[in-house]
Design a protein around this ligand. Structure first.
Ligand SMILES: Cc1cc2nc3c(=O)[nH]c(=O)nc-3n(C[C@H](O)[C@H](O)[C@H](O)COP(=O)(O)O)c2cc1C
Length: 159
């Protein structure tokens, strides 16, 4: 086993996109967190997975609601969202950010570059995270440049 800081240093070389995974609390309020651990899982059926820390406030709400949305962030304004949703603040995270409930009820942010609305079909334990497997019920995307995350910093894709 290697130690956590070494693991973070090495795995940080795997560049990812950045998303905000949203759901709803028991009182109906929107909740969410910044997530880089997102992956396509299956084409038939269409499944995606997200890995959410047991320590995250949103974790319990996703489990309870049984749905979530993956909001893929764009460079520029998306970085502000990524920083905000990676901090504390509960409902405050959504202040000044337009969103709508999608088919499952999960909040989809107007500023998303792409989004996937998912019903949880499995919750698998993986160490200190839960892997939420989501069946994709609705999704869309628009033109734009994605926000990237690499070695602890934000960046943009250039072709
Ligand atoms: C770029 C970036 C990627 C992150 N990826 C994840 C992730 O994949 N899973 C996770 O549980 N937390 C991830 N986090 C940390 C959460 O966003 C952070 O712990 C957040 O405060 C949790 O919010 P909550 O407690 O309101 O749910 C990431 C943070 C950043 C900045």
């Amino acid at each position: 086993m290697i130690d956590e800081s070494e693991f973070r240093r090495v795995i940080g070389h795997f560049a990812t996109g950045v998303s905000v995974v949203t759901s709803c609390r028991g009182d109906g309020a929107a909740c969410g967190l910044t997530v880089s651990a997102v992956s396509a899982l299956s084409l038939d059926p269409t499944l995606v997975l997200v890995c959410v820390s047991h320590g995250s406030e949103t974790h319990g709400w996703i489990r309870e609601a049984g749905y979530y949305a993956v909001n893929v962030l764009e460079e520029g304004k998306g970085e502000t969202l990524a920083r905000r949703f990676a901090g504390g603040g509960g409902e405050e995270k959504f202040r000044g950010t337009a969103w709508r409930p999608e088919r499952t009820g999960a909040p989809v942010l107007d500023e998303s570059l792409a989004w996937l609305d998912c019903r949880v079909s499995a919750a698998l334990e993986g160490g200190d995270h839960t892997i939420f497997v989501g069946e994709v019920l609705a999704a869309d995307a628009r033109e734009g440049t994605p926000l990237l995350y690499y070695r602890g910093g934000y960046g943009r894709f250039e072709s």
